[in-house]
Design a protein around this ligand. Structure first.
Ligand SMILES: Cc1cc2nc3c(=O)[nH]c(=O)nc-3n(C[C@H](O)[C@H](O)[C@H](O)COP(=O)(O)O)c2cc1C
Length: 215
């Protein structure tokens, strides 16, 4: 039941098709971080960006991202991770945006997007796929689980970070990452919507008020 004060517009996702649901989701959950994921497949290294991405646990550090399939055909990233169980997640910064965008081109499997984009690689320490050393943060990951989601389906890849690499100067001695130096790119709605962190402000966490029960 809607109250008189509620002027919201309501949608039942069961009555919407895939593209309508997609537009609501990617327009609402914003800005999203972008994972540039490198993998190794039968044709060599591969890289692609994914913005259905975040961190989900610590100790060990856990990340996840999700990829759709193309008319039932797996994207190279998912095919490679299924076969090898290893990948590297990179954070994309503003200067890397055009190179990231080249990695999103729907090339045939044998095309190496890393070369097309002009990204430089180095061997990883604990996994076989190479790292993209131009990226400010490189997280070597081992696969924990692939969870198929929904009708398309989307494949949610859950991985454990087994090795971190940071651009020099980005992390201080207390493991704080400098967000200004990181300068990450964020994803908004649509095929061309992006954002940067250009406005930051502090807001302190509040203690439990007197008279209220703490957790
Ligand atoms: C900024 C950005 C974010 C993207 N996020 C996703 C995503 O979360 N899931 C997805 O399936 N595709 C996403 N894509 C599209 C893939 O990057 C694209 O399909 C890519 O070609 C897949 O490459 P692959 O076949 O080498 O894995 C995104 C593209 C861009 C440019």
């Amino acid at each position: 039941m809607q109250s008189d004060a509620d002027e919201s517009v309501a949608f039942d996702p069961n009555e919407l098709d895939h593209d309508e649901q997609y537009k609501l989701m990617v327009g609402s959950v914003v800005p999203r971080p972008i994972a540039l994921v490198s993998t190794l497949g039968p044709d060599g290294p591969n890289a692609a960006p994914f913005s259905f991405f975040n961190t989900f646990g610590i100790d060990p550090p856990i990340i996840a991202f999700s990829a759709s399939s193309r008319d039932g055909v797996l994207k190279d990233t998912i095919r490679n991770i299924r076969a090898m169980g290893e990948f590297v997640v990179h954070i994309v910064d503003d200067p890397l945006k055009e190179k990231m965008n080249i990695c999103a081109i729907e090339y045939a499997g044998e095309v190496n997007e890393i070369i097309e984009a002009g990204l430089r690689t180095a061997p990883s320490l604990k996994v076989r796929p190479p790292r993209l050393i131009d990226c400010p943060v490189q997280m070597e990951c081992k696969l924990l689980q692939i969870v198929p989601l929904g009708r398309r389906p989307y494949d949610m890849v859950i991985g454990e970070v087994v090795q971190f690499h940071y651009r020099k100067g980005l992390v201080n001695g207390r493991y704080h990452v400098n967000a200004g130096l990181l300068n990450p790119l964020g994803r908004l709605a649509g095929y061309d919507g992006y954002t940067r962190i250009t406005d930051r402000f502090p807001m302190e966490r509040l203690p439990v008020p007197p008279g209220k029960k703490p957790a």
